[in-house]
Structures are given as C-alpha cells and as structure tokens.
Design a protein around this ligand. Structure first.
Ligand code: ATP
Ligand code: MG
Length: 355
C-alpha cells in the first residue's frame, strides 16, 4: 500500500544489515530519535553550502514568479541528508509535503492515487526512486512534464485515452543509486544534485547540535573526536553522540570530552577512521582470502553473510571515498592505505617491487 500522509510520515523500510552503526537493535527507536533531531529549516541544515545556495535561489525565484519549484533529484550515500533536505525545502516554500518511497508504489493505482491527491504547490517526495517499476514510471512522465495523467479506458478497438489535468506539484526524488535511474526519468528533473560527505568541522557542528538537543554537555575536542569517527555522515554522527552520551551518563560525570568520546568509541569497536567491525572484516577478508583482491562483491557478500546492497550502499561508499578500498572492473581491491590502516604488510606489492 502506498503510504503517504499530510503529517510527513516516513515509511522508510529498515535496511538489512548487521552493521551496528547502520542498524541498531531497535530500528523503530532509532527512527524516532532520527526524526526528532532532523533539522527543519535552512538555518539548522549544516554543510552542503553550494547546494543550499542553488536551492535558495530556485526557491526565491519560484516564489517571486509564483510558479512551482522545478522537480529535483538528490543522490548520494545513505544518511547525508536527502530526506531532511526535502523537508527543509517544503518548509521554506511554505508547502505541504507527501512522503513515500518507490517500493510502496508497486501498482499503477498507488502512484495514480497519490498524484490525484496532490494540490497546487505541494511537494511529493519519492525515496529510493531508482526502484520505481516501469509502469509507474511511465505514469510519472506526463505528470512531471505537463502535469497530466494519461489514462486509458476500454479494451483493444474501443480503447480511449483521457488526459486528466493534475495540480502543479513538485517532485523531489532521492536515491543512493543515481546510476540505476532510467534516463527518461532522470531527464525530467530540472535540478539534479549530489550530496557530499561532510567535513570534520561540519560534523562537529552536527554533533554539538545533537548533544544540545539531548541535553548533554560536550567539549570542542569531544565533538571533534566523534566527528572524526562519523564517516563523513550526519546520521552516523548522531548515532555516535547518542551512544557516547549513554556512556558519559552511566560511566563518567555526564560530560563528553575527548577522553570520554574516544574510550566509549573504542569500547564500541569504532576505530579512528570510523570503521566498525563489518568494515574491517570486509577489508581483512579481501586481504587474507583473496590476496588483497580484486574480488567480486557477490563473493564478498556471501563470505560475510551480508547482503550485496548493504555492502554496496552502506559499507563501500565511505571505504572508497577514504581511499581504503578501490573498485576495479574485476572487483574490489584493498589499497595500500587499507593495508596500512589494518596494520597488515602488503606482501604482494613488496614482492612485485623487489622481484
Ligand atoms: N545537513 C544536516 N545537518 C544536520 N543534521 C543532518 C543533516 N543532514 C542529515 N542530518 C541528520 O542525519 C539524519 C539522516 O538524514 P536523512 O534521513 O535526511 O538522510 P538520507 O540522505 O535521506 O538517508 P537515506 O539515503 O538512508 O534515506 C537525520 O536524522 C538528520 O538529523
Ligand atoms: Mg532518506
């Protein structure tokens, strides 16, 4: 069933993972926590400054012209703020937002139902938009382009096409896999933007903001320690603040400083790069069983009993971006930095140098 609502209910399905950072023992609790600290305005939204500038201009222009905003597509790794940004844009436009995700739009009537429920200026947010099926996607084309719904009635020789006008809405799509979007769909977005990993400075602002909302005291160096281990990702930064604050309250005097942050994160087995046990196991597996790679992602997923999507969407982006892992046409390879990070000697590189 398509889930959408006027009070911005988010029907994100939990991602299957054993990674302690990406899946807590209580996903529902995590979602509530996540929603409770989600920035609602541009002022609260930290980082992504170039993107925000572009968006602010588009929003002002749309308001001045009294036209709907261009359809927008946001892509990038999980937890970087795509859903949050859609909410912020709606707030700035003073528009209502309806939120759904492509897997909830299985039948044509799901997407038709949502489109027909929209009103002028409303924002429709479709998450995981790369997972739209062909039929639903084709219904979206004329809706996005001309604000029409093409409906067919009757059978074979008596078939008739009706054009039903739709309100002037804005579609915001989000995906972690822009490459899997069909080009006709991609071409119908006026603004296509990639969200970038956050800097340590930006993440420490996220950390401080969350600590404040949790009513916990944090020092500058404590915030930086957490930021450093957050893999460039606000969602992870927030979860780490939550966990470290539990330690600070139970084991220390309730203040997060550098020592409290580092000791707690070491106990949680999150290293100074932000890698957790799953990430390290992935790198170790490639080194120990496959001579450092290249090795196919399916083989790795099977060996780790992880699902391929979790490895591709959650583990890999940060390992690739931090240069610990490399993607080659023949599969994944651990880089010299990856060996160094794990403290393992790269025998194959040395061998080829000195042979
Ligand atoms: N720019 C930001 N400033 C402050 N907090 C942020 C920012 N971006 C994201 N967050 C925090 O990170 C959490 C995750 O963000 P969000 O759900 O928007 O990510 P996403 O890109 O939609 O992830 P996914 O691909 O998994 O759907 C939010 O709860 C929010 O509190
Ligand atoms: Mg999202």
């Amino acid at each position: 069933m398509a889930i959408f609502s006027d009070d911005t209910v988010y029907n994100e399905k939990p991602k299957k993972s054993k990674n302690p950072i990406t899946q807590s023992s209580s996903i529902e609790y995590d979602k509530t926590f996540e929603n409770s600290i989600r920035p609602k305005t541009f002022d609260d939204y930290i980082g992504q400054s170039a993107l925000l500038e572009t968006l602010k201009i588009s929003i002002e222009a749309a308001k001045k012209r009294n036209t709907p905003l261009d359809h927008m597509l946001f892509y990038g790794p999980p937890g970087l703020g795509k859903t949050t940004l859609a909410g912020v844009i709606a707030e700035q436009m003073g528009a209502n937002i309806k939120i759904t995700s492509a897997p909830a739009l299985e039948r044509p009537r799901d997407i038709i139902g949502i489109l027909m429920s929209l009103t002028d200026g409303e924002i429709l947010f479709i998450d995981e938009i790369h997972r739209m099926n062909k039929v639903s996607e084709e219904i979206l084309y004329p809706a996005m382009e001309d604000f029409f719904l093409d409906m067919t009635t009757g059978k074979s020789q008596t078939v008739k096409t009706m054009r039903i006008p739709l309100p002037k809405f804005t579609l915001i799509g989000a995906t972690t896999k822009a490459g899997e979007l069909s080009s006709p769909l991609r071409d119908r977005f006026g603004i296509i933007k990639r969200l970038e990993f956050y800097t340590i400075e930006e993440l420490s602002k996220v950390v401080k903001r969350t600590a404040k909302l949790l009513n916990i005291e944090i020092t500058d160096d404590g915030a930086i320690s957490i930021a450093r281990r957050s893999r460039g990702t606000p969602r992870i930064a927030n979860r780490l603040v939550k966990r470290v604050s539990d330690f600070a309250i139970v084991k220390y005097d309730g203040i997060i400083n550098q020592e409290v942050a580092e000791t707690s994160l070491n106990t949680l087995k999150i290293d100074e790069f932000g890698l957790d046990t799953t990430d390290r196991n992935l790198l170790k597996l490639i080194i120990e069983k496959y001579d450092g790679g290249p090795v196919g992602i399916e083989t790795l997923a099977a060996a780790l009993s992880e699902d391929v999507r979790t490895l591709e969407d959650v583990c890999e982006p940060y390992l690739l971006q931090s240069g610990l892992l490399q993607r080659t046409p023949r599969g994944r390879k651990v880089s010299p930095e990856g060996y160094r990070h794990l403290g393992i000697k790269n025998v194959s590189i040395q061998g080829s140098l000195f042979d």
